[in-house]
Design a protein around this ligand. Structure first.
Ligand SMILES: C[S@@+](CC[C@H](N)C(=O)[O-])C[C@H]1O[C@@H](n2cnc3c(N)ncnc32)[C@H](O)[C@@H]1O
Length: 204
């Protein structure tokens, strides 16, 4: 409940500094039938273009879903929109259901990363794309930051909705059988130091 109450305010400076721009760029290619997992308070909603014909959002946290639901009406004027309570590790969709799967700042929080990624791959159509923007473990060039992330992680997970700080998410994406098409690394500006290292891109 706390997370849902403070999330937008907590993210505001970083959204304005860089995240909003990164989200828009990432989602500009989305088209057809699109699944977004862990949609949170709906930061991505206004960014889906006219080529998205069906948008399915999942959000397992009922407090987040309560903030998200009232924002669906304007988006639903242009396409079919559905909101479901489902965990990424067990998605209630048939194999090969979607052209794109979107995950932004979610893979840090899922309980079982490898299982979730296998599910995302299962529901993507052949030739479909995973679009991701995630904060991750600091790289080898910042051993000091990685050490801090390791130290803080147990407490951070408890106060920030199971958010892990030391996941090497790009490697997990590959481990699930995806091939990375584009991968950019950047520091999230105006964020707390331990959530700054980020990756964004797509995989098929
Ligand atoms: C940091 S918020 C990100 C929200 C949104 N995607 C964004 O970009 O602002 C993480 C979200 O992941 C959701 N989440 C946590 N565990 C999940 C799981 N196992 N499957 C799907 N979503 C999950 C949380 O409920 C929360 O809404």
């Amino acid at each position: 409940m706390l997370m849902a109450a403070i999330y937008d305010r907590f993210m505001d400076a970083s959204e304005r500094a860089c995240l909003a721009e990164w989200r828009a760029e990432l989602l500009s290619v989305a088209a057809g039938e699109v699944l977004e997992i862990g949609a949170g308070t709906g930061a991505n909603l206004p960014l889906y273009g006219a080529d998205v014909e069906r948008l399915v959002l999942t959000e397992p946290d009922r407090f987040m879903a309560r903030k998200l639901a009232p924002k669906l009406a304007p988006v639903a004027r242009r396409r079919r929109v559905e909101l479901l309570s489902a965990r990424a590790e067990a998605l209630p969709f048939a194999d090969a259901s979607f052209d794109f799967v979107v995950t932004t700042l979610v893979l840090c929080s899922v309980g079982e990363l490898d299982r979730a990624l296998r599910e995302l791959r299962r529901v993507l159509r052949p030739g479909g794309r995973l679009l991701f923007l995630e904060h991750v473990a600091a790289g080898d060039e910042r051993p000091d930051r990685l050490a801090w992330q390791r130290r803080i992680e147990p407490v951070w997970r408890r106060i920030a909705g199971n958010c892990h700080l030391t996941r090497v998410t790009d490697r997990a994406i590959e481990r699930a059988g995806f091939e990375l098409g584009a991968l950019e690394r950047a520091s999230v500006r105006k964020a707390l130091p331990w959530v700054r290292p980020s990756i964004r891109g797509w995989a098929r």
